[in-house]
Structures are given as structure tokens and as C-alpha cells.
Design a binder for this molecule. Structure first.
Ligand code: ADP
Ligand code: 5GP
Length: 203
């Protein structure tokens, strides 16, 4: 029994975190992976829930010990996914969302079999900017820095298995949920269930 890894990338302000949290609420066997980062917590963010917030030395030591499945520098800070945290969940049959940037996703594609790659887009760059301003948690300079990188990130959308355009949140969430449901129903992932229900009939 193994859970599914959903790798979700998006330009900042697309609504990726919002959609992932909604999915984790809807699907009881789905968790969001908690990454490590050297960025400072935003107002309201909780250590161990939104991220593990660590200093540069701690992050560098984890890199040195090979503890990350992938890590990348994003918007001037370091972010990484713990290999052990992810493997422990997948082995228990729990599916996991990795909210990671395009560099990290490319590394996961090389290292992990069976991942499902989803790219979330805002309806426009202007909308992404407006959402980041309305979110009110980043400085004007930080928002500018993030939007400056967005065009390069959007070019990578075609490398992903699915694209969800987050214009209307409810509609986008139904699309994202449909992807999750369809992936869970793939026949290659149903062997255990088939055996449980029909035993000898399915070998
Ligand atoms: P990301 O993780 O992609 O940077 P967030 O999920 O933090 O983005 O969303 C950025 C802001 O946009 C948040 O304030 C969120 O509530 C809002 N938001 C998310 N989706 C939509 C949407 N479809 N329409 C309008 N605002 C949205
Ligand atoms: P934020 O600072 O807005 O929380 O995240 C900034 C960017 O870092 C987002 O694109 C997010 O997906 C990415 N990110 C978060 N965690 C990880 C991670 O563990 N690895 C990588 N490569 N990117 C991450």
C-alpha cells in the first residue's frame, strides 16, 4: 500500500496554498508535506504546520546529511522537502501534497516514481499581483521580486500532468479535486482494494 505524491507548483499569488488546504480538508487520507525553510514566518504562520522554520546553519547541515529529497533557493531563501517525512507518510498509505517550486518539482520527477504533477495558474499576472497585495503579508519589494520570476515559472507549466486555472476558487477546487479523485482510481493503484473485495478472483 502506498500513498500518492501530488506535486503542486504555481507562481506566487495563484492560490496554490488555498487550494491545497481545501483539498487536505476534503480528502481525509491526504496531507500537505511540511517543508523546511530559512524564510521568516509570516504573521499567523505556525512552526511545524506551515513550515519548519530553521536557520541557515540547520538547513546547511540537513543538506550535508542528505536529508532532503529535493531543495532549492526560491525568492532568495532556501526551501526543502524531508525525504524521511515524505517516505513515512507514503508507506503508511497516506497521500501527500508537495507544494514546491518548479526547480524542486523537476528534481522530484527524476527521483520519485509515480508522482502526479499539477500546475496552478492565476487567470492573469495582474490577478496574482492583486491577490498578493490583498493577502497583505509580503512587502511591496517582495511582491515585485515574486512577480518578476512568475513568467519563467509559467513557461514550465507544460511539463506538468495537469493545469488548474484558479480564476473562480470554487470551480478551480472542483477541478483540482477531480484530478485527485481520478488519480486515486487508477487501476494500477487499486490492486489492494481489488484483492480485499474479490480475493482469489483477481489473483
Ligand atoms: P500562493 O500559495 O499561490 O502564493 P495563496 O493561496 O496564499 O497563494 O493565495 C493568495 C491570496 O489570494 C490569498 O489571500 C487567497 O485567499 C487569495 N485567493 C486564492 N484563490 C483566489 C481566487 N480564486 N480568487 C480570489 N482570491 C483568491
Ligand atoms: P512561500 O514563501 O510563498 O511560502 O513559498 C515560496 C515558494 O517556495 C513557493 O513556490 C513554494 O511552492 C516553494 N516551496 C515551498 N516549500 C518548498 C520545498 O520544500 N521545496 C521547494 N523546492 N520549493 C518549496
Amino acid at each position: 500500500m502506498s500513498g500518492i505524491a501530488f506535486i503542486v507548483s504555481a507562481p506566487s499569488g495563484s492560490g496554490k496554498t488555498t487550494l491545497c488546504k481545501m483539498a487536505a480538508d476534503r480528502f481525509p487520507d491526504l496531507r500537505i508535506s511540511v517543508s523546511y525553510t530559512t524564510r521568516k514566518p509570516r504573521h499567523g504562520e505556525v512552526n511545524g504546520v506551515d513550515y519548519w522554520f530553521v536557520d541557515e546553519e540547520t538547513f546547511a547541515a540537513m543538506v550535508e546529511r542528505g536529508e532532503f529529497l529535493e531543495y532549492a533557493d526560491v525568492y532568495g531563501k532556501r526551501y526543502g522537502t524531508s525525504r524521511k517525512d515524505l517516505e513515512d507518510l507514503l508507506e503508511k498509505g497516506v497521500s501527500v501534497i508537495l507544494e514546491i517550486d518548479v526547480q524542486g518539482a523537476a528534481k522530484v520527477r527524476e527521483k520519485l516514481e509515480g508522482g502526479v504533477f499539477v500546475f496552478v495558474l492565476p487567470p492573469s499576472l495582474k490577478a496574482a499581483e492583486e491577490r498578493l497585495v490583498a493577502r497583505g503579508k509580503d512587502t511591496t519589494e517582495e511582491i515585485r521580486r515574486r512577480l518578476g520570476i512568475a513568467a519563467g515559472e509559467i513557461k514550465r507549466a507544460v511539463d506538468y500532468d495537469y493545469i488548474v486555472i484558479n480564476d473562480d476558487l470554487r470551480r478551480a477546487f472542483e477541478e483540482f479535486s477531480a484530478v485527485i479523485t481520478a488519480e486515486k482510481s487508477r487501476s494500477c493503484r487499486m490492486a489492494g482494494k481489488l484483492k480485499e473485495l474479490f480475493g482469489g478472483l483477481v489473483g
